[in-house]
Design a protein around this ligand. Structure first.
Ligand code: HOZ
Length: 430
């Protein structure tokens, strides 16, 4: 595969941008080699600067549930762009997207748009503290909630990839009120809250952790977390930046039948444009300025292009039958993978929920915690990733990140990918 142009661009980028990338995992350090510089996306495919085409499962890390450059989304963006890029005033599209989001999530009575998932979570935490008058927050090991200082504690995503679950530059003061507890462990939460429940403002959780590989909640776990929050008057925050509008129209909350007090959203709700949102119970949201004393603001918040990307994506997605279709595609994929998974059973674990999946090189038959994932063979993932890439399949460049199937992936794409998996496992493990 010719990578000359990517390599040339990367050399230049390294001189100008730290690590040559604007987000660490993209640097390919977990899998080796040079990151590919992409030029174009269409449907399920990405084309790089050297003209190589890939079936993509990173899908911009989740937002592109309709596929790259969906025709409806592009039309909506073009039409919106013709009227300007930003007003710095209220406008109709904010109201339209707010109506879609509150209509889809039963627990979201009011919503505020921001520019990223990081901002959404950071604002939701401030709000929970303002509402409860308490300082401490509980998070779970391996859950990633963006890069605000007080959340870079026992975190996932790039921190998992580079083996530094806490970041330099975060002061002890910033981290001291963040209490990391093990995920899927009700007893640990219960015993912490027995002591500190009355000082705890929020419990924040990725209902399905997707940033330290894929970890599935044990039966009843999320409902028990909900109950404990109710017992101590704690705001339960679901970080649904990845799972929102992905697992179901009402996110993980509808999927598991557990309601959050506050929800952070991002990714899909911008259809590929930078966006985030936090929302929830009206009595809590009414604490946000200008109605209440919790300050939060943003020059580009509710940007018309981001709103148009979200509206067009969600209108298409919520039209009947799409979640069923995504489920069929994901089932088809898993079925197609069966020969490979059976042949290498005991060495690789394929995990999936709805259209989110991960390949974990482990002998375990399920992953319940970060400790399980830490035992995975990251070298084997690196080799697998390179083999897949050479066969035209683009997976996120870290075994700690997940893959996404979109509505644009055809059965042909999925079959071709399953064949590539078979061959790549043979090359890696055979
Ligand atoms: N935290 C993102 C994935 N979980 C990484 C985003 C990126 O590198 O673009």
């Amino acid at each position: 595969m010719n990578r000359d142009n990517s390599e040339k661009l990367f050399r230049k980028a390294l001189e100008l941008i730290p690590g040559g990338v604007d987000s660490p995992v993209r640097a390919f350090r977990a899998v080796g080699g040079t990151p590919l510089f992409m030029k174009k996306g269409a449907g399920s495919k990405l084309t790089d600067e050297d003209g190589n085409e890939f079936i993509d499962y990173c899908m911009s890390w989740g937002p592109l549930i309709l596929g790259h450059a969906d025709a409806d989304v592009i039309t909506a963006l073009r039409e919106t762009l013709a009227d300007g890029t930003s007003f710095g005033t209220p406008h109709a599209k904010e109201v339209e997207l707010a109506e879609i989001v509150t209509g889809a999530f039963e627990s979201i009575e009011k919503v505020r748009f921001v520019n990223s998932g990081t901002e959404a979570v950071m604002s939701a935490i401030r709000l929970a503290r303002g509402f409860t008058g308490r300082d401490k927050i509980v998070k779970f090991e391996g859950c990633y909630h963006g890069h605000a200082d007080h959340l870079l504690v026992a975190a996932g995503s790039g921190l998992a990839t580079f083996g530094t679950p806490d970041s330099a530059g975060v002061t002890a003061g910033n981290a001291k009120d963040t209490i990391p507890l093990p995920y899927n462990n009700v007893e640990a939460l219960k015993s912490y809250l027995e002591k500190e429940g009355k000082n705890t403002a929020a419990v924040i959780i990725e209902p399905v952790p997707c940033n330290y590989g894929l970890i599935l909640p044990e039966d009843g776990y999320l409902a028990q977390v909900r109950e404990l929050c109710d017992r101590y008057g704690i705001a339960l925050i679901f970080d649904e930046v990845i799972t929102g509008f992905r697992l179901s129209p009402g996110g993980a909350q509808k999927y598991f039948g557990v309601k959050a007090d506050l929800t952070a959203l991002g990714k899909i709700i911008g259809g590929g444009l930078p966006v985030g949102a936090y929302g929830g119970r009206a009595d809590i949201m009414d604490m946000v300025a200008p109605d209440g004393p919790v300050y939060q603001a943003g020059t580009l918040s509710g940007n018309p292009l981001a709103m148009a990307g979200g509206i067009s994506t969600l209108r298409r997605l919520l039209a009947g039958g799409n979640y069923e279709e995504l489920q069929h595609k994901a089932d088809f994929f898993e079925q197609a993978l069966r020969p490979a998974l059976e042949k290498y059973s005991g060495k690789i674990l394929f995990q999936r929920i709805a259209s989110i999946f991960s390949f974990c090189f482990t002998g375990l038959n399920s992953i319940k915690s970060v400790d399980d994932i830490k035992k995975a063979d990251t070298k084997a993932f690196a080799s697998f990733h390179a083999e897949m890439l050479s066969r035209g399949i683009y997976l996120s460049p870290s075994g700690f990140e997940v893959g996404f199937i979109s509505l644009a992936h055809s059965n042909g794409d999925l079959e071709k990918t399953a064949e590539a998996v078979f061959e790549s496992l043979e090359a890696t493990l055979g």
